[in-house]
Design a protein around this ligand. Sequence first.
Ligand SMILES: [Ca+2]
Length: 115
Amino acid sequence: MEMMVDIAVDFEDYFPSMVQRMGAEGFIMELCDGFRLLMDVERGLITFESLKKNSVVLGLSDMRDDEIACMLSEGDLDGDGALSQLEFCILMFRLSPGLMDDNGSNQLVGEYDVI
Ligand SMILES: [Ca+2]
């Protein structure tokens, strides 16, 4: 969990300002673009290998193997060892406490229906 906190710190200030700038829908589109950059094109999922290979593209080249594995296991909700687009977006929301309201629920979850 501690490794996730390190990663989350980078996102914390970044995402809310992106939402402000682009609106919730634009932000989700941006997340989907990010997903496509990171995914394994053949499977349509983010796998350990695709994340490792493509993280360089996003300037995350300093992510260690254990951090990548941690991010995957943290986001993998159905236990298939890879991140679907939905799992990826949910993980990104969870990594950004600034997007959560006081109840701990997410302002953007309602918007997610558009996908
Ligand atoms: Ca999964």
